[in-house]
Structures are given as C-alpha cells and as structure tokens.
Write a protein that binds this ligand. Structure first.
Ligand code: GDP
Ligand code: MG
Length: 440
C-alpha cells in the first residue's frame, strides 16, 4: 500500500544521522513512485515532490527533530496542504431552509450520503429534510424513504411523475410548513457524464439556489473520480466534495488529487455502508492515515511543546552523575502527564503496539501518577534529594500527609529505585536514549 511504501522510504531517511542532498533526492524519488502507483494525478505528484524538495533543502534543522524526522514532517505538512489545509465545514448561512444538493455518477454513494448527512445535521441540532429527486429509477425514491424511516428523519413524498425542479420547489414549501431547516436533495446519476442530466442539475441549481453543491465521488475509482469532478465543477461550480468508500481505498489517490485539481475542498468521507459511517474530513488526520504514521506529528509537536531542550540536557547530566532524585522523578511524571499518559503517548508512535503490550506491567494510570505526585509533595526537599533518609517514622508522616498507606509510600520508593537502575542502563546506551520516546 501507499502507507507501506512511504514508511519504508521514511525508515531509510530516518536512518541518516545527517541528511545530505543525495539521500533526500533518493528518498523523494521513491515518494514520487509511490504516489504515482497510488493513482495520484501526475501533475499533482510533480508539484508535491518539488515543494517538499525545496523545503527540505532550504530549511534549518529544528532543534528537537532529527533531519530525518524533519523530512517526514515536511512531507506530512505538504500532504495536509494538498488535502486542503484547514477543515471546512458545511456553509449553510443565508436563506432558510438551507439547501444541500448531492450530485455525482450513479453508484457513487449520493443516496447513502444524503442519509448520512441527515444524521450528521441532526447531531448538529438542525432539522434535515430528505428530498428524493432521482425520478428515473423508482427504486431510488424508495431507497431514500427507507433510509429516512430508519433514521426517523422526514422525507418528501416525491413521485416518479414529478419533475426534479418541481420536487425541490414543493419540498422547500413543505419544509417551511414543517419547520425543517436543511433540505438534502438527492439527485439522479448516470454511469457517465450525460448532457441531459447535466442540464437538469443546472436547472435545479438555478431554481433552488443551494448553499452547498456537494460532488459525491467513489474514492476507489481513483483518477476517474477526479476527472468527473472537474466536469461537474465546470457546469455547477461545486462547493465541496464527499469521498465515499474511503475505507477501501488504501491508495488514497483520489483524496490526494481531487482538492488540488478542482480547487474544491473535501468536506466529508464515507467510511462504510452504514448511516453512521460518515466522517468529517480533517486533512491532517487523513494525511497521517495515508502516511501510516499514527498521529506521529502531533506527538512530535506535543513533545516539542512540553520538553524544554535545556531542561532535558540538565536532566541528562544529572542522570549520568546518578544525581537523579525524587524531585526530578516528579518533574518527569508531570511531563508524562502533559503528554497524556505513557500509554497514550506510546499509542501515538507507529509500531509501538507490541511494546505497549509488553509494558502492561509498567502501565501508570493517571490515578496512580496523581498518588505518586501527592506522596512526593508531602516529602521535605531533603527527603526528595536523598530518598535513603526515609525511615519508618518519616514514611508514616508522609503517608498521613498525602492520605495514603505506608505501603504506598514503600511502593513509590521501590519504583523509584527501580527507575534509577533502569536509567543507569539507559545512560550506558548513550545520551540519545533520553529523547527516545519522541523519536519515531
Ligand atoms: P448513488 O447511486 O450515488 O445514490 O449511490 P448509493 O448511495 O445507492 O450507493 C451505491 C452503493 O455504494 C451502495 O451499495 C452503498 O451501500 C454503497 N456505499 C455508499 N457509500 C459507501 C461507503 O462510504 N462505503 C462503502 N463501503 N459503501 C458505500
Ligand atoms: Mg441514488
């Protein structure tokens, strides 16, 4: 898959301590091939690779990222841009009821998406009205009515004898009477682009004045979906795109091309046949998914924000000199909490699933961390510096002060001792080991 290919490229790039022009060029050649194989538009691929190259070559290395990580970050950032940058939601301002028109080829998923959007809108406290305007196949009207029934969302009683434009006009009046505020118009599709159908869609647009015209595209059709989108956009000036069947498109080709080719944002993705299988489209999340990176970038950003480089170096020195004490232990714990739990942090790192299983024993739940911090807080600075001072009466005092049992104080001290030992081991493995949790 695209994710697998890119990951192997990244693995190679990451392996380089220093990044020279040659290794970047080699890596980018493979990125280019992987994207082309994923059926991403040729021109899109070329521009993409050019931008990544320019940025990778022209940039200072960020302190806390290795050059390899930096390239991964650039590829990710550019991919987010390619996918549209910021997420853009439905724009339903203006006349009430608002109108959303769904257009696209037959089988692309318009009817299903209409029902999914009804559910989405209801969750947003809107009152949707499903409007079947595909009069060429009587089954299409039934299909939408069935879905509406399942959802408990009202649907307009279209009949095959009505003209689509009349359906829209009457449905709008009906919506006003019923106090419904968003019309979801499910239009007909053909197997191929068809003049007559296009004329009909243009007529519906002119009569209804929809706020949103969403092109529904089957992601699995790759570049075909992109080419058809361009044609629909020329005639209808689309406001957005819904990519369906995304759960089956590991290649991600349509998603990566369609925004930059049409200039129109992807607003939703269909991830299955069920009415609940609709996701709001977030370029950053999808980029991570395509890159198969977990949420690696958010991890890197989090780590950048919460780990001060100087502080880390200070700590490292202390560890080397075996001066690491309970004060430092507490600092580390707070840092971990800032990153979310240790488990949450590991979850963000790709390939860490196995390690997480092995770490079952070491898991430190939030509650546990709070208790440990409370115990340390109840100690005197001298005790924190030299935990060996902790005799029976001191333990008793600290237990009372922090509201725990003496046993708990013992557990903490034992854990700390173990951690000290572990750190010594880590330190002999080299100074880079401290930063290990943030490296992919
Ligand atoms: P229309 O002709 O454009 O109205 O397409 P339909 O809504 O009837 O969908 C065609 C087929 O695609 C149906 O079998 C749907 O269940 C299926 N479908 C629609 N969206 C998705 C999706 O996101 N994932 C999957 N797996 N199937 C989908
Ligand atoms: Mg349909």
């Amino acid at each position: 898959s695209l994710a697998d290919r890119l990951q192997s490229v990244f693995k190679k790039i990451r392996g380089h301590g220093r990044l020279d022009e040659k290794s970047v060029q080699e890596g980018l050649r493979e990125v280019r091939l992987a994207l082309l194989e994923a059926d991403v538009n040729f021109k899109v691929v070329k521009d993409f690779v050019d931008r990544v190259r320019d940025r990778a070559m022209g940039q200072d290395v960020l302190g806390s990222l290795t050059p390899g990580q930096q390239v991964v970050k650039i590829v990710h950032d550019e991919m987010v841009e390619l996918l549209g940058g910021e997420h853009l939601g439905l724009q339903l301002q203006g006349k009430t009821p608002a109108i959303i028109m769904l257009v696209g080829l037959q089988g692309s998923g318009k009817t299903t998406t209409a029902a999914k959007l009804a559910l989405h809108l209801r969750r947003m406290k809107r009152s949707p009205y499903l409007v079947p305007a595909d009069v060429y196949r009587p089954a299409a009207i039934d299909q939408l009515h069935t879905l509406a029934g399942q959802l408990g969302v009202p649907a307009f009683a279209s009949t095959p004898e009505m003209k689509p434009v009349d359906i829209c006009m009457q449905a709008r009046e009906e919506a006003v009477r019923k106090g419904l505020d968003v019309l979801l118009v499910d239009t007909a599709g053909r197997l191929h682009i068809d003049e007559l159908l296009m004329e009909e869609l243009v007529a519906i647009k002119a009569a209804a004045g929809p706020q949103e015209i969403l092109f529904v595209a089957d992601a699995m059709t790759g570049q075909d979906a992109v080419n058809v989108a361009v044609k629909f956009d020329e005639l209808l000036d689309l406001t957005g795109i819904v990519l369906t069947k995304m759960e089956g498109d590991a290649r991600g080709g349509a998603a990566l091309s369609i925004k930059s080719v049409t200039g129109k944002p992807i607003k939703f993705v269909g991830m299955g046949e069920k009415v609940s299988d609709l996701e709001v489209f977030h370029p950053d999340r999808v980029a991570s998914r395509i890159l198969g990176m977990g949420d690696i970038l958010s991890l890197i950003e989090k780590a950048q924000g919460s780990i001060d480089q100087a502080e880390a170096e200070e700590l490292q020195k202390k560890m080397q000199k075996a001066e690491f004490n309970l004060d430092d232990f507490r600092t580390q714990m707070r840092r971990l909490r800032k990153l979310g739990s240790l488990e949450g942090m590991l979850k963000l790192i790709p390939g860490m699933g196995d390690l997480r299983k092995q770490m079952g024993e070491m898991k430190m739940p939030e509650k546990e961390m709070s208790r440990m911090e409370a115990i340390i807080n109840s100690m005197t600075p001298a005790e924190r510096k030299s935990p060996k001072l902790m005799n029976a009466s001191r333990k008793m005092r600290v237990a009372k002060g922090s509201g725990v049992k003496v046993q708990d104080v013992n557990v903490l001290l034992r854990n700390f001792e173990q951690m000290q030992k572990m750190m010594k081991k880590v330190m002999t493995a080299g100074p880079g080991a401290l930063k290990a949790p943030t490296s992919p």
